[in-house]
Design a protein around this ligand. Structure first.
Ligand SMILES: C[S@@+](CC[C@H](N)C(=O)[O-])C[C@H]1O[C@@H](n2cnc3c(N)ncnc32)[C@H](O)[C@@H]1O
Length: 338
């Protein structure tokens, strides 16, 4: 997911209906829970009995996966280096959940065997994702790879790294960094406004940059893999072996969504509005700060006897029609002026 730093928009209900686990209007839509109705039929078709999620954040997808597992009988484990309170609360409520407090690679190293499926949604950069994929391939050896599911196949992470913790990545494996920066579609550099990131590659594109680039490089030389991309909510990806007994059924299920041009258009539109919302919010923040400074200055001026004298002088010079009055300034401060 992108790292959301979004503030809560006005006029949006506190929580969506529990039965309708969807993104609230105007929010990022960062959770793969938003594609659960597409994901679980594929898990069922592949007969998944054990699943690992890498990168759980608040556990929104995790909770949906636990609900799915009630019916399928699958085990669900999730990996999060820094579990937020919501995730710890989920672990309390659902003791069957295995919570591994580690990075993706660290968690994989601690496993006795690979699960049937792995959802990879941790740190969205080439180095981390390639490391996770190579670790999985190494553990699989000559056995089939697990069913792999990904987030952030599309803009902004498709061809641009972002980093939760750049110091976990060797410097020569990292892209030149932007810090507390904003990015916008169509601008390969850093933009003046847009989606905010604490750490993002200063440039989009080029080798070893981005989630899709890491997946493409992994697929290269492994001809028995099939990749599908559902281009919604920043892009949901599925990667499976074409020789898996269930491969045909998954391919059939996902075909209507895979790179669907209408979905791409809808996602482009959604992202443009999301980015514009951030640009507008930043402009409003700047203007509000400027207004506060003006208020403070006017307040000080109103306290000053020199302003009273200036008002009287202006009254005299303009024959009872002064250029300004203190009342006008007070009305401005009281927001009485339309
Ligand atoms: C986009 S959020 C996950 C969202 C969740 N999968 C969902 O769909 O609701 C990414 C999470 O990955 C975690 N993370 C960052 N670096 C990681 C790493 N190297 N390994 C595993 N998780 C990582 C972050 O702390 C963050 O909570």
């Amino acid at each position: 997911m992108p790292q959301p730093i979004a503030s809560r928009p006005i006029n949006v209900p506190e929580k969506p209906e529990q039965s309708e686990q969807v993104t609230e209007a105007l929010q990022w839509g960062y959770s793969l829970a938003n594609v659960i109705e597409i994901m679980t039929p594929c898990l069922d078709a592949a007969g998944i009995k054990s699943l690992l999620e890498i990168g759980s954040f608040r556990g929104e997808l995790t909770e949906e996966l636990l609900k799915w597992a009630e019916g399928s009988g699958a085990s669900v484990a999730t990996v999060e280096p820094l579990p937020p309170p919501d995730l710890l609360d989920l672990k309390e409520r659902r003791p069957e959940l295995e919570l591994i407090e580690d990075t993706g690679v660290g968690a994989l190293e601690g496993l006795d065997s690979l699960p049937d499926a792995i959802v990879i949604d941790g740190d969205h950069n080439y180095y981390t994702l390639s490391g996770e994929l190579e670790k999985i391939a190494g553990m699989a050896g000559d056995d089939p790879l697990p069913f792999l599911l990904f987030h952030d196949m599309c803009w902004p992470h498709e061809r641009r790294d972002t980093y939760y913790a750049p110091d976990r990545i060797p410097e020569d494996e990292r892209q030149p960094l932007g810090h507390n920066c904003t990015i916008a579609p169509g601008n390969p550099g850093l933009s003046k406004g847009g989606l905010p990131y604490e750490w993002a590659a200063a440039h989009e594109g080029g080798p070893k940059n981005g989630v899709l680039t890491a997946i493409e490089d992994f697929i290269e030389g492994r001809p028995n893999l099939q990749l599908a991309t559902v281009p919604v909510f920043f892009g949901f990806g599925l990667l499976w072996q074409t020789d898996a007994p269930w491969a045909g059924r998954v391919a059939e299920l996902i075909a209507p969504y895979d790179n669907n041009p209408v979905l791409k258009r809808v996602e482009g539109n959604r992202v443009a509005h999301l980015v514009n919302g951030h640009v507008d919010a930043a402009t409003i923040r700047d203007l509000t700060a400027q207004l506060a400074r003006q208020d403070e200055l006017f307040g000080r001026m109103l306290q000053s006897s020199a302003l009273g004298l200036a008002e009287k002088l202006s009254n005299l010079k303009q024959r009872g029609n002064p250029i300004f009055t203190r009342q006008e300034i007070q009305d401005l401060l009281d927001r009485k002026v339309k």
